[in-house]
Design a protein around this ligand. Structure first.
Ligand SMILES: [Zn+2]
Length: 427
């Protein structure tokens, strides 16, 4: 990157062994305070691209990079009060309001207490002296309580019983740390939060609509959920103080445009608990349509790649709720993309039931094109070699360990041409 003229930090070093890595860590533990910005640690990466390829990725992280975190700076201050925030999913998060204290260059006033378990674990009480830490993270963390400084009349913290916004009694699901407000349909932060989730860039990406506008539309009673955005009229919007002709037209155009957003993003946008953007994509690809996901059984759901029991249960619960069905009907009526169009799963069924791992570099097609071909012909892509995998599609420059593992496990190894031959129909 340096040779391309990009500005590159001159603090990186190539270390030849672990001793050199540790020496580097130790050096920066002291020197980091002289840097022009705060850092919370360093990243150690395997330098060889070949070895990186060989090591690959887990579902979440590369196996060839790891971060080393330095001990954070800490301070002590007083917990003045605890307030509670209600999120999009109804989860209630306790927040510590602290007597302002200077820490790692900023004034800290608030810290997340995460959930009721964390409050119990810390046995934190209003009036307590607490230890606060802040590494490179933006949100400071309370790491402990100085119980020696606790007053005689301090009272144990009792978590809320009722939603701080709508007053509904909170509920907690077995095995989950968070308390939830179950009033999903009418609790304002949940209604607004779900709509903000729906319109965000990674989801329906509706231009001209932001958090403030949503607040306004919900407060004026124009919409109660994202499905109602699609029936909103010009006259209703222009009647609001904040809107001029141009902004109304922009908003309506943004809503119209969202009707062509592809299905995986719509599925993410509808906001099923624990279904993030990646999971939504997997579900969309595997099942092909909202209808198929809605009628899938628990067993069918967990057979989809990377879908675990927790996600499966959440999906089932979502589609079982009547309110959600009514909401989805609105989206369908509005003409949103509720199924995969073209692309994958349409060329043939030649690879149905077969799973593939791709590795190396290919001559006729790029790796992405081959991945699309596998999906388009009914095959399944898997990230690492195991006994359950049918084929390893091997290109040039593939790591020897992967090849060895594949042959040891009896996974068939295919060249690019052999793979392409599989797609030609045999008559
Ligand atoms: Zn509520």
């Amino acid at each position: 990157m340096e040779s391309w003229g990009l500005p590159v930090s001159d603090t990186w070093r190539l270390c030849r062994n672990l001793d050199e890595v540790f020496a580097f860590i130790e050096h920066w533990d002291k020197q980091r305070f002289h840097l022009p910005m705060g850092i919370d640690g360093i990243v150690i990466k395997v330098n060889s691209l070949l070895h990186q390829e060989e090591l690959g990725f887990t579902a979440k992280i590369p196996r060839w990079a790891i971060s080393y975190k330095y001990q954070s700076e800490s301070a002590t201050t007083v917990l003045e009060s605890i307030s509670y925030q209600v999120g999009r999913t109804g989860a209630v998060t306790p927040v510590a309001n602290l007597r302002p204290v200077q820490l790692a260059g900023t004034k800290v006033k608030r810290a997340s207490l995460h959930n009721a378990d964390e409050i119990a674990r810390l046995d934190i009480r209003v009036g307590d002296w607490v230890f606060v830490e802040k590494g490179g993270e933006i949100i400071p963390k309370i790491t402990g309580v100085d119980t020696a400084k606790r007053g005689l009349f301090s009272e144990e913290t009792k978590f809320l019983h009722d939603c701080p916004v709508c007053g509904t009694a909170l509920v907690r699901t077995e095995g989950e740390a968070a308390w939830y407000c179950p009033n999903e349909q009418a609790c304002p932060p949940q209604v607004k939060g779900r709509m903000e989730h729906f319109i965000q860039r990674k989801a329906l990406n509706i231009d001209g609509l932001g958090a403030e506008t949503i607040d306004l539309l919900v407060e004026k009673g124009l919409v109660a959920n994202a499905g109602e955005l699609y029936s909103i009229q010009y006259e209703e919007l222009i009647a609001l103080d904040r809107f001029a002709d141009k902004s109304v037209r922009n908003l309506l155009a943004g809503i119209e445009k969202s009707k062509s957003v592809p299905f995986p993003k719509v599925l993410f946008g509808i906001g099923i608990r624990v279904v993030g953007a990646t999971v939504a994509e997997k579900l969309a690809e595997h099942f092909g349509s909202l209808e198929n996901i809605a009628k899938a059984s628990f067993e069918e759901l967990i057979q989809a790649p990377e879908i675990g029991e927790k996600i499966a249960r959440s999906v089932l619960a979502y589609f079982a709720a009547e309110e959600n069905q009514a909401f989805l009907e609105k989206l369908e009526k509005a003409g949103l993309q509720l199924a995969m169009t073209g692309g994958p799963a349409t060329e043939s069924e030649a690879l149905a039931g077969l799973s593939f791992v791709i590795s190396g570099v290919f001559s006729q097609f790029s790796r992405e094109e081959l991945q699309d071909k596998i999906k388009a012909n009914g095959g399944k892509l898997v990230s690492s070699v195991s006994a359950k995998v049918n084929y390893l599609l091997a290109g040039e420059n593939m790591g020897p360990a992967k090849l060895e593992k594949a042959s040891k496990l009896g996974v068939k190894i295919l060249s690019e041409q052999e793979f392409l031959d599989m797609l030609v129909p045999t008559i």
